[in-house]
Design a protein around this ligand. Structure first.
Ligand code: FIX
Ligand code: ZN
Length: 417
């Protein structure tokens, strides 16, 4: 087999082509397979009413919170379009994303005729649309966020799920860890698990049984939680106890990693509803202790604050049981992806997952991945060009091997470990 050394002048182009050609495993989304019915969001009005765009619209328009929430979704989408795309140029990352998606579908952007874009997607079959989106985004599979505490989602798991295999489950347990008394325990009780307020030995065993049953039912890729900036570990709290006594043992025994997403301040402005969450710096020594005290647990981690990213890389160097992933939410902007990806590659080499999409609307795959791929390719091109300039032969097969690891292989290897 011919495996040529790439000429110095061709390295950038080869990296860019290899990043585009590599199908990706998107390890954290809020998408659902078609068998979940209306939970799978797609189409132009969903794209325009993404919570990132709601926050931007309410800054730029005189429409107040109550008036906005009183509108139908179509009216909301009209307002977002008028405010952010007609009265202003759509240059924020979230706005640009919509433009990229509309362009990818081949719509005429010169008309700016929202109704024509709506019409063009109105009659497509969702199954066909999924195929088209996965192909345009070159996405191989996406991992969902599956919440057993959500009464809307629960029924879908009651029967054996035989869904589209490109949509893989992840067991999300925020209510268990962040709202045990308010939501976690009442739900467990309703589902037949004798969880108690005191977290007695029996109560903890029941929580373990709940997790174990859901791991069996869902076969999740990982268990996940989002955590506030003041997350502490170890901690004498409901959350600290349940993590130590239930989540980590089940995660270990069932070989299902625990994913921690740290740094979100929920409902900083509740009037914005889902758009109202914020960010703050976390104390990274909690993550260090979690990893140090549980070397047999596999932990995936992403941090929401830019200020935490460098420390996260250093922690990654210390703990092979940590897999750093994605540029989460407020980090998912080209300038920050560029900075974080450089840091990660420089400190951790190829042993990271550079990005996930966090897509909530199917069509977002069509812009989030091309936007991220361009930045990742740019960073990698610099790194391989530096190597090439130092006299290291860059071979096509090795380039493809490395990029396949970054965009999916590292994750699968971590799961299999
Ligand atoms: O907690 C999460 O998984 C977050 O990603 C979401 O809650 C958030 O609303 C979001 O969509 C970020 O991209
Ligand atoms: Zn998310």
């Amino acid at each position: 087999m011919v495996d040529p050394v790439i000429r110095a002048g061709d390295v950038r182009g080869a990296v860019s082509a290899a990043v585009s050609a590599q199908p990706v495993t998107d390890i954290h989304t809020h998408l659902f397979g078609p068998e979940f019915g209306e939970l799978l969001l797609w189409g132009v009005d969903e794209l325009l009413t993404y919570h990132y765009l709601i926050a931007e619209t309410l800054r730029a328009s005189d429409v107040g919170y109550d008036a906005y929430w009183a509108m139908s979704q179509r009216e909301q989408a009209d307002l977002v379009w008028k405010t952010l795309f007609i009265e202003n140029s759509p240059i924020s990352e979230a706005c640009r994303g919509v433009v990229t998606a509309l362009q990818a579908y081949g719509f005429d952007l010169t008309t700016r005729d929202l109704d024509s874009y709506r019409d063009a997607l109105r009659d497509v079959r969702v199954e066909d649309h999924i195929d088209r989106v996965f192909e345009l985004a070159n996405v191989e599979s996406v991992i969902m966020t599956n919440d057993p505490f959500d009464p809307v989602e629960q029924p879908a798991w009651a029967a054996d799920r035989a869904g589209d295999p490109r949509f893989l489950p992840a067991l999300r347990i925020d209510p268990l860890l962040n709202a045990y008394s308010e939501t976690g325990r009442p739900t467990l009780t309703a589902l037949g698990y004798a969880a108690d307020a005191e977290l007695s030995a029996t109560g903890l065993a029941e929580i373990r049984r709940f997790l174990d049953d859901w791991v069996t039912r869902m076969q999740p890729q990982y268990m996940a939680v989002s955590l506030p900036p003041d997350f502490a570990y170890p901690e004498d709290s409901e959350r600290g106890t349940i993590i130590r006594e239930c989540v980590l043992p089940v995660s270990r025994e069932r070989n299902v990693p625990f994913a921690v997403m740290i740094g979100v301040k929920r409902a900083v402005n509740p009037r914005l509803r889902m758009a109202g969450d914020g960010v703050a710096k976390a104390d990274m020594s909690s993550l260090e202790r979690l990893l140090e005290q549980h070397p047999d647990n596999k932990i995936l981690a992403t941090l929401l604050s830019r200020e935490n990213q460098h420390e996260l890389c250093v922690i990654g160097r210390k703990f092979p049981n940590l897999l750093v992933f994605g540029c989460w939410w407020f980090m998912n902007n080209p300038s920050i992806i560029d900075e974080i990806t450089r840091q990660r590659i420089e400190l951790l080499g190829l042993s990271v997952i550079p990005q996930h999409s966090d897509a909530r609307i199917l069509d977002q795959l069509v812009y989030k991945w091309p936007h991220s791929r361009a930045v990742i390719a740019d960073v990698l091109a610099d790194k391989y060009a530096d190597l090439s300039a130092s006299g290291w032969a860059i071979r096509q097969s090795e380039l493809e091997r490395d990029i396949a690891a970054l965009l999916g292989g590292n994750f699968r290897r971590f799961l299999a470990r």
